[in-house]
Design a protein around this ligand. Structure first.
Ligand code: CA
Length: 196
């Protein structure tokens, strides 16, 4: 019975509410990605938290499952032991981060980090960037969420948060301290590897 209930919750959470988290235009293609690759490999505790988060009035703020899967893979590849997350909603991506860390890794609030995920107030992204360049080691990874801001960076570039996001994207692209990549997953994910 328990697994049936989880399956139904899964289906509900996998519907239009999750599609709203991605810039991918095709809902059926996004559904396919989730069902073929993401959900079959999703740990039980992560699925339960995702389903619980889906009923939250501000569920749109939670990271998307495919994005969380990507971050988990990157954390594994990085061999990360210490991670920091700036902007925790229900802790969905935080839990995914914790799951991807080896047993001797732990979440701490200060120190020397291998990985950081930033999903906080967009107007302060550049401030977080400066701070995180102190906290994340050379070779470590900083991931910034919502860096395409629902496409508003081109659709309505003068909207305040779109303008702040554009300013951030310009600054990051020009920052010699990081290697960067803008990924069109979820609402836009910018990866920065610290190189100096
Ligand atoms: Ca976000």
């Amino acid at each position: 019975m328990a697994s049936t209930g989880a399956g139904e919750g899964n289906k509900t959470a996998a519907g239009s509410s999750l599609h709203s988290k991605t810039l991918l235009k095709s809902q059926s293609l996004y559904q396919y990605i989730l069902e073929s690759t993401v959900f079959p490999r999703e740990p039980d505790c992560l699925r339960e938290l995702r389903v619980a988060t889906a009923t939250h009035p501000m569920a749109g703020m939670a990271a998307s499952p495919d994005e969380v899967q990507l971050l988990g893979l990157l954390i594994e590849m990085l061999g990360a032991k210490n991670a920091v997350e700036v902007g925790v909603f229900t802790g969905y991506s935080l839990l995914a981060t914790a799951l991807a860390l080896p047993d001797d890794g732990k979440e701490v609030n200060k120190g020397w980090f291998d990985f950081a995920f930033v999903d906080a107030d967009k107007v302060n992204f550049l401030n977080y960037h400066e701070r995180l360049l102190q906290l994340v080691r050379v070779g470590g990874l900083i991931a910034y969420d919502n860096t395409l801001w629902s496409g508003s960076v081109v659709a309505s570039p003068d909207e305040p948060l779109a303008a702040a996001t554009r300013e951030f994207n310009v600054a990051i692209a020009a920052d010699p301290r990081v290697h960067v990549c803008q990924i069109a997953i979820a609402d836009g994910l910018t990866l920065c590897r610290r190189v100096a």
